[in-house]
Design a protein around this ligand. Structure first.
Ligand SMILES: CC(C)(COP(=O)(O)OP(=O)(O)OC[C@H]1O[C@@H](n2cnc3c(N)ncnc32)[C@H](O)[C@@H]1OP(=O)(O)O)[C@@H](O)C(=O)NCCC(=O)NCCS
Length: 296
């Protein structure tokens, strides 16, 4: 039987409390949680206490927290944060700082962010499909509105041990086993990248590009699919052209690759512009890229 009346007396005193403890995110405090309704967690003992991890301080008096338990219930909402300490991910709520009873410890940063990520994983995600999924916020500034899009990884397929460094914007593409993508890259719809290939930072890989296995795509490499053949960018994707890069191809920094086929075992020099198919293994450089020599 719930002891609401006893808690109610304590609650009145807590409400009158004038001294408020200082707190920060990552702090674990015992709080006077009280006696609550239905599945809401209760406090225990004379003071109806329970530990809480502070997730977000809104101001000196108000915070968002997740309740903790010393017992692990075998369900996906219990997440271990220490010896005999579990965050109850489904028990997240706001609290007034008057409830803080005493400080226990500050949780280490790694564990803290693990908990934050676990909680955010529980929240609904926008349905995938349209490019408009990237719309994050509409912001008003100087009486004008603008839309803020956030780089993301949407509907991508990945093999084993793939690494992507954010911020990078990837959507509807496929990265095979052990592919690495450095920061500030964009990889568009339909792109396929073969096993063990590295895409270094600041590279742009547009639609209709396929890259083989064991390739190295240097920093700031730009692929092109629209040749502006009609004197301007074409919004008709039927007019865009494809690029295929074979296995073991290394492309130097800042190279531009027009829609071409490059065979296996090729090196492209830094800053080169590749305008024609490369059908013979070797080292190529310049604008337009020409063969310098064979690979020894
Ligand atoms: C193309 C490359 C592999 C050639 O290396 P190399 O065989 O040792 O060539 P050399 O330095 O002997 O240069 C040979 C000729 O090519 C020219 N050349 C070399 N690299 C060039 C390049 N990227 N663009 C245009 N010309 C280039 C040289 O000026 C030289 O010309 P010359 O004979 O008229 O003097 C190398 O210069 C390169 O660009 N590597 C890319 C490295 C890179 O981007 N790494 C990214 C990760 S940091």
């Amino acid at each position: 039987m719930k002891n609401f009346d006893e808690w109610n007396e304590i609650k009145k005193n807590i409400h009158k409390k004038e001294t408020i403890l200082k707190f920060s995110k990552r702090d674990i405090f015992f709080i006077n949680l009280g006696q609550n309704i239905g599945y809401e967690q209760n406090g225990v003992g004379d003071e109806f206490l329970r530990p809480v991890l502070i997730l977000r301080k809104f101001n000196k008096r108000f915070f968002l927290g997740v309740l903790l338990s010393s017992k692990n219930k075998n369900n996906p909402f219990y997440y271990k944060i220490g010896e005999d300490s579990f965050a109850i991910l489904s028990q997240v709520r706001t609290f007034d700082a008057k409830r803080l009873s005493y400080f226990v410890k500050r949780l280490n940063e790694n564990k803290f962010f693990e908990v934050v990520e676990k909680i955010s994983d529980l929240l609904p995600k926008r349905e995938s499909g349209l490019t408009s999924n990237f719309v994050k916020e509409s912001i008003s500034q100087n009486n004008n509105n603008f839309k803020l899009y956030t780089s993301t990884q949407r509907d991508i397929k990945v093999g084993k041990n793939v690494v992507i460094v954010n911020p990078s914007n990837l959507y509807e593409c496929f990265l095979d086993d052990n592919v690495f993508v450095g920061p500030f890259c964009e990889i568009q719809k339909g792109v396929r990248i073969g096993k063990n290939t590295r895409i270094q930072s600041h590279t742009f890989i547009c639609e209709l590009v396929t890259i083989g296995e064991n390739c190295f795509i240097g920093h700031g490499v730009m692929f092109v699919n629209d040749l502006f053949s009609e004197g301007k960018p074409s919004s008709n994707s039927d007019e865009w052209k494809e690029t295929k890069i074979g296995n073991n191809v290394s492309i130097g920094s800042n190279a531009t690759i027009l829609p071409v086929q490059i065979c296996a075992n090729v090196v492209i020099g830094a800053g080169s512009v590749v305008t024609k198919d490369i059908i013979e293994s070797g080292i190529y450089a310049g604008n337009p890229a020409k063969k310098l020599r064979d690979i020894k």
